[in-house]
Design a protein around this ligand. Structure first.
Ligand SMILES: *Cc1c(COP(=O)(O)O)cnc(C)c1O
Length: 413
């Protein structure tokens, strides 16, 4: 098997049309689209009977382990439009020591930090940029808290597409520099990600940029959907009991939920679903608040703050899609504090050797809480999401110094 087989073998494609996620209104495929006429995300629809005949479990078994193995359920028609930096399948890493200490039967982490640019934003952006290329886009623009901008910059630069990125001024330094190092123009803005989004919207009108904001074009969901396809396949088509997802714009949660429906339609899984848990920070929890209030839409969270930048999203255009999935799955929303996040990152790093990002730490902290209050049982198979490598974030300095020319007190080392 050649490592790039998925990128070079033409396969039949099955996109039939796009559909407004709110009203069901139909839109033509193979055209450039933003939001629907009512300002909501568009979802890509497939001829799933056709997919069923082509993408069999046997056919999958012979393909390299990257996200392009699921081509029949992806929107890119032509191999020539695939933009790739090697979107490898990410491992499911168990936490056996912590799991045992907590009495858990199976505590698993999907470690997305292995993807290009060090985060799962690569899944969404590789698809969005490939489709933007297919549909003739010259310049993309997007707001970011860091990781999305980095992935967009990398894939755009790879094909000579211009990328203009706006981030809050307090975005982690490494992200801002990474975006520029990967060839994009990056601007720091004295506001939050939705303020950056407004600038992108204006720039799209003034300069004709294509707006790649979360859920404002249809294909990032399709890329993030591969997390659901991949984890199902890795678990031999048996989904976990509970998924803890660090929720910002919610693309991944919405995408996985869509993936499970499509997998059921092609006969790979039954009607069982994991309980989907939306994890947010105490300082920015619009989705959890709406879930608690029983509302279908979430209002903007004022004064957002948390160290987990990836989930510092005061308002999400796909709010109802997140909330619908959480409710339909009998899941819940839950918040954790920054102190709990830091303690979680520290514990998982020290005891399991797995360096989580703060958002990943949030899912572990939320799991611990949900176990304590009984919402998740010890015997349930649980999947936490670590969405970026911990190496991109500031780390506490616990080092000590030693003077090589002084006598060493060995007993104290
Ligand atoms: C973007 C991001 C999230 C949130 O993902 P959504 O699918 O947009 O909700 C979580 N963690 C990290 C590290 C991120 O970069």
């Amino acid at each position: 098997m050649r490592h790039d087989d998925n990128l070079t073998t033409e396969r039949p494609t099955f996109v039939t049309h796009l559909e407004c996620s709110m009203t069901g209104e139909r839109f033509e495929a193979d055209r450039l689209h933003g939001l629907s006429n009512v300002g909501r995300p568009l979802l890509v629809r497939y001829d799933l009977d056709g997919v069923r005949g082509e993408m069999t479990k046997d056919a999958l078994a012979g393909r390299p382990a990257d996200l392009w193995r699921y081509r029949e359920l992806l929107p890119v028609r032509d191999c020539a439009d695939i933009v790739s930096l090697g979107e490898t399948a990410t491992p499911i890493v168990p936490l056996p020591r912590i799991g045992a200490a907590m009495g858990a039967t199976e505590l698993l982490v999907k470690d997305e930090g292995r993807l290009p640019t060090g985060s799962f934003k690569a899944r969404g952006l590789v698809m969005a940029i490939s489709m933007a290329k297919a549909l003739g886009v010259k310049t993309i623009a997007m707001p970011t808290n860091g990781n999305a901008g980095a992935a967009a910059a990398a894939y755009a630069s790879r094909i000579g597409m211009e990328a203009v990125i706006f981030c809050p001024a307090d975005t982690p330094e490494i992200n801002v520099r990474e975006i520029a190092a990967q060839g994009a123009r990056v601007y720091r803005v004295d506001g939050l990600i939705d303020d950056c989004g407004k600038l992108v919207g204006q720039g799209a009108k003034e300069r004709g940029w294509f707006d790649l904001s979360t859920l404002k074009e249809p294909y990032r969901i399709e890329g993030k959907k591969t997390m659901g396809l991949e984890l199902a396949e890795q678990l031999d088509w048996k989904l976990p009991d509970v998924i803890f997802y660090p929720t910002g714009g919610g693309t991944g949660l919405i995408g996985m939920w869509k993936a499970f429906d499509e997998l059921e339609a092609i006969g790979f899984i039954g009607p069982e679903r994991p309980r989907m848990v939306a994890v947010q920070a105490e300082g920015c929890a619009p989705i959890v608040r709406a879930w608690e209030e029983g509302a279908r839409h979430a209002t903007r969270w004022e004064g957002s703050h948390t160290i987990a930048m990836g989930i510092r999203v005061p308002q999400a255009v796909g709010d109802f899609l997140i909330l619908d999935a959480v409710r339909a799955s009998d899941g819940f929303g839950i918040t954790v504090s920054d102190e709990e996040i830091l303690a979680a990152v520290d514990r998982v790093g020290r005891e399991e050797g797995l360096l989580l990002c703060p958002e990943g730490g949030a899912t572990f902290a939320a799991y611990a809480k949900a176990r304590a209050d009984g919402r998740v049982r010890a015997d349930e198979r649980v999947m936490l999401f670590n969405c970026a490598t911990g190496l991109k974030y500031p780390m506490a300095d616990h080092s000590r110094t030693i003077a090589k020319d002084e006598p060493v007190d060995w007993a104290s080392l």
